[in-house]
Ligand binder design. Sequence first.
Ligand code: ATP
Ligand code: MG
Length: 283
Amino acid sequence: MVNIQMTALKGLRLMIEIRDIKKSFGDKVVIDGISAVMEAGKCNLIIGSSGSGKTVLTKCIVGLFKPDTGEVLYNSEDMLHMSDEERKFLRQQIGMLFQGSALFDSMTVEQNVMFPLDMFSKMKYKERKNRVNEVLEKVNLKDANKKFPAEISGGMKKRVGIARALVLNPKYLFCDEPNSGLDPQTSLLIDKLIREITTEFNTTTIVVTHDMNSVMEIGDHIIYIAEGRKEWEGNNTEIIFSKNKLLNEFIFASEFLQDAKDMRMLEAKGKIDNNRNMDEMLK
Ligand SMILES: Nc1ncnc2c1ncn2[C@@H]1O[C@H](COP(=O)(O)OP(=O)(O)OP(=O)(O)O)[C@@H](O)[C@H]1O
Ligand SMILES: [Mg+2]
């Protein structure tokens, strides 16, 4: 307990490392030996087609599913071998925006965002309310306190979900499909918000997405999974140059995007430092 608390309090390089994670449901192997390191202050993206296992992998990392084998290390501490108390403490440092926002329909925006504080903090009501207002302001939702989820737009729901994920001041932030169902401009605002939070609070942020704008906008570190395996890993510049066939078929599916990739490649090639090893980029 003390060990984790101390490292968390130091707030330095809070990275997540997963080692050889495997997860099956019955005979169906969904995650087939994935390893990766996700660093603090970065937006770590998990991409892949629908059904490839992104949500299952994410749930294995946050502890909502128990992997069949493998290690999930939070700052070198294996979540799977912690005591219940240690795991509970760690979970309070994890903020999660679920796929589809998962707000409580019968609660107001304020009550939704306050929920984790009601569960885990000993703050007085006034303090909790101040904290809720603080995070709602952070996501640009100052006047929505008394509204119910049914009364707000999809983009606002995502922002309420992000506010709820942030309310306990997490070190680790998980966002499963933060842009699904949103128009490109609203998606960009959500991406910018996630980027801002990640930089400002040095969170280790993991974003599950199949939104290509997000990949280009916030993809500091991208893991592409296909059929439960890590097929490719790199950043948003390297992805343009990648020759991985499966990856290219996945992200540059349309002719239009293929043209855009070619244009971007020409443009980026000009910017690349001549000393940089092109072979590395072409992996
Ligand atoms: N609780 C479960 N029980 C059995 N099978 C499951 C369970 N959860 C997920 N699966 C299966 O695991 C596979 C991967 O699902 P997952 O939800 O991780 O996909 P995804 O990559 O997140 O897809 P999407 O982009 O559509 O959200 C699917 O075939 C799904 O049916
Ligand atoms: Mg999913």
